[in-house]
Design a protein around this ligand. Structure first.
Ligand code: SF4
Ligand code: SF4
Length: 389
């Protein structure tokens, strides 16, 4: 399989709220801008799998998952286009797809529409394009056997990867414990992890990726951040281009986002100039004050990163548990791929062994109380102070 060709059209539609008529019009418009209509994306009689970001159980208002109104619009448009079947599926970080979908309202929407929500459990091996580091990936059978995959991402900040957008959302193509194994394999290297994410996403190669940025998340994302109104929906056949435009609109420097360097290294086009924008103008949507996840600042200037890796304990950021907020549920302990979290007794505040911790931030992602946040170690705090003086 050769390196995927990139159709670098990115469609943007402003959308002021999740009122259904507005969302439906915007999502229909995205399909028109990308391909002349959803019928050109969804072949008649096809089996469609929608893969929303179902990270962990949270309400629609917490903005962890795409809004049910966006899911409804996509399902209806797929059916209008003649899809034979539509299924919604994911492999959440904690719990099942059904439980996460129930909490955010997607399950109710799916039931109303007669759509099944599936939890990825079985895997099959598929070849990766030639030239990638990975020759194949073992991905969820539901994804591999779909005729059309629709990648439905949510705009959120991310402690480990800076942002989670279209490329990162495809991490859910791994079923069950595979996600933890990939975290372990990448260790403390964001670059290694980003390269794997890019290769996985372009192996699955969804027919279209849709980004819900009507209300996204800033701050301590991707689970415990603050909802941030951004007012747009976007879509593209090319995930890197979609992510690049979303970062451009929200003032996130592409140099800070590991995915873009990894995509460039993998031979994909990343530049903004080569992207064809369609739909609504982006100028009125632009913001410059998005609050990052703390990790977005952690490693100081690029020239300092090799030293930071050597001086792990004093010069990097690490997950810190707020003992006043932790309820001792143990979810972080179960999610930790490095077995770096322990609990003195059931129900007590957990402890992190920083020698074992690989800084994957799965614990911060999945803590239902928002009790874990990235914090700079003392050396990094001093370094930043010096830099700001
Ligand atoms: S830090 Fe969060 S996930 Fe971990 S035990 Fe405490 S409340 Fe549960
Ligand atoms: S303690 Fe948290 S950041 Fe460290 S390895 Fe475990 S899950 Fe990852």
């Amino acid at each position: 399989m050769p390196l995927p060709l990139q159709d670098r059209t990115v469609a943007i539609r402003s959308c002021a709220s999740y009122d259904y008529p507005l969302v439906k019009e915007a999502v229909a418009g995205l399909g028109k801008n990308i391909a002349g209509g959803w019928a050109a994306i969804i072949p008649g009689g096809s089996k469609v799998l929608i893969k929303p970001n179902l990270l962990t159980a949270a309400t629609a208002e917490q903005c962890v998952s795409p809004h049910p109104a966006v899911v409804r619009a996509i399902v209806e448009l797929c059916r209008d286009a003649g899809a034979a079947s539509v299924t919604i599926g994911d492999s959440p970080g904690f719990g099942t797809a059904q439980k996460v979908a129930a909490k955010c309202g997607i399950l109710d929407t799916a039931r109303e529409l007669g759509v099944e929500v599936v939890n990825f459990t079985e895997s099959v091996t598929v070849p990766a394009p030639a030239g990638f580091h990975n020759r194949s990936f073992s991905i969820a059978r539901d994804i591999a056997e779909a005729d059309v995959v629709i990648n439905l991402a949510k705009f959120k900040t991310h402690a480990m990867m800076v942002m989670t957008l279209a490329v990162k959302n495809m991490f859910g193509a791994f079923a069950g414990k595979q996600k933890a194994q990939w975290h372990l394999q990448s260790g403390r290297s964001q670059d290694h992890f980003a390269r794997m994410l890019v290769e996985l996403a372009y192996t699955v190669k969804p027919a279209i990726s849709v980004l819900d940025a009507v209300i996204g998340m800033e701050g301590n994302g991707p689970n415990s951040g603050t909802p941030r109104k951004l007012g747009f929906l976007a879509a593209s056949r090319d995930m890197v281009s979609l992510d690049r435009v979303a970062c451009g609109i929200t003032g996130v420097s592409p140099d800070a986002v590991y995915i873009f360097k990894a995509a460039h290294d993998a031979g994909l086009a990343v530049d903004l100039d080569g992207i064809r924008l369609a739909g609504d103008p982006i100028e009125p949507l632009k913001i410059t004050d998005l609050k990052p996840a703390s990790m977005m600042h952690v490693q100081g200037p690029a020239y300092f990163r090799p030293f930071a890796r050597l001086l792990l304990h004093s010069l990097t950021t690490r997950p810190v548990v707020d003992a006043t907020v932790c309820k001792g549920c143990g979810i972080c302990m179960q999610a930790c791929p490095a077995s770096a979290i322990s609990q003195p007794a059931a129900g007590k505040v957990v402890r992190i062994d920083y020698d074992a911790c690989i800084r994957c931030y799965c614990c911060q992602e999945l803590c239902p109380e928002g009790a874990i946040a990235p914090r700079d170690a003392w050396g990094l705090r001093m370094l930043k102070k010096l830099k700001s003086n």
